[in-house]
Design a protein around this ligand. Structure first.
Ligand code: ZN
Length: 230
């Protein structure tokens, strides 16, 4: 038996449903879910410990965090300086690792296997995952690049966990989604990075920002009616 589930395609609805199920279960268990969200609460609910420690770079570069399923332990790399000063990135990284646990770890095996395996997250991939997704949105399905895809899945899970639709609805009230200052204020209230929020809103079809532009359009298409990529 393998500690990691074999690769399988998961669509956005399936991933969002997994994230929502966890939040619902936490509510039933009387966890107080507040925003800005504290993803470590989800780790608590799932019986996963969190720690900060030094993780040395490997051949692929700096590592942001890792999850060791057998130890039920997420380690955030204290050598990854950006994460120490960016609370949203910290939350996104924790939620991303939880995403691997929920989506990719064979949890029954994790408790039974003695051999230690680690799933490392390359830090260079973390902030760029959304970029990768926009480039590879169709590519990951056709090329079946499972490594890229599981990273995308974990990051999409993180986005759904940190920004469930009902909270986004609440936080957008009275906001102008075409205004960057309003989006920054929303990101602060949600406890996420502006990139996370921007991508989530685009995924939901609430806004569209043409590639290379700072102009925000409402909806999921450009003014001339062309459909956006998201
Ligand atoms: Zn990852």
């Amino acid at each position: 038996m393998n500690l990691f589930k074999p690769y399988r395609f998961l669509n956005k609805e399936q991933i969002e449903s997994k994230a929502n199920d966890i939040l619902m279960q936490m509510k039933k268990e009387d966890f107080h879910l507040n925003w800005p969200f504290d993803a470590s609460l989800v780790a608590d609910a799932l019986g996963i410990r969190l720690c900060w420690d030094k993780i040395l770079p490997d051949n692929n570069g700096i590592i942001a965090a890792k999850i060791e399923p057998i130890k039920r332990l997420i380690t955030i790399n204290e050598l990854f300086s950006e994460i120490k000063t960016n609370k949203g990135l910290e939350q996104s990284t924790i939620a991303h690792e939880i995403g691997h646990w929920v989506l990719h770890v064979n949890q029954d095996e994790a408790d039974g296997i003695v051999k230690q395996l680690e799933l490392a997250l390359n830090c260079q991939a973390t902030p760029q995952l959304f970029l990768c997704r926009s480039i590879d949105k169709s590519g990951y399905q056709t090329t079946l690049n499972s490594k890229v895809d599981i990273e995308w899945q974990a990051q999409y899970f993180a986005s759904c966990l940190l920004m469930p639709r009902y909270i986004l609805e609440e936080k957008r009230r009275g906001r102008n989604l075409q205004s960057w200052p309003h989006l920054y204020a929303m990101a602060d209230e949600l406890g996420v990075t502006i990139s996370n929020l921007k991508n989530r809103l685009q995924d939901l079809g609430l806004i569209y920002i043409p590639k290379g532009s700072k102009q925000i359009y409402l909806g999921n298409s450009t003014p001339n009616g062309q459909q956006g990529l998201f």
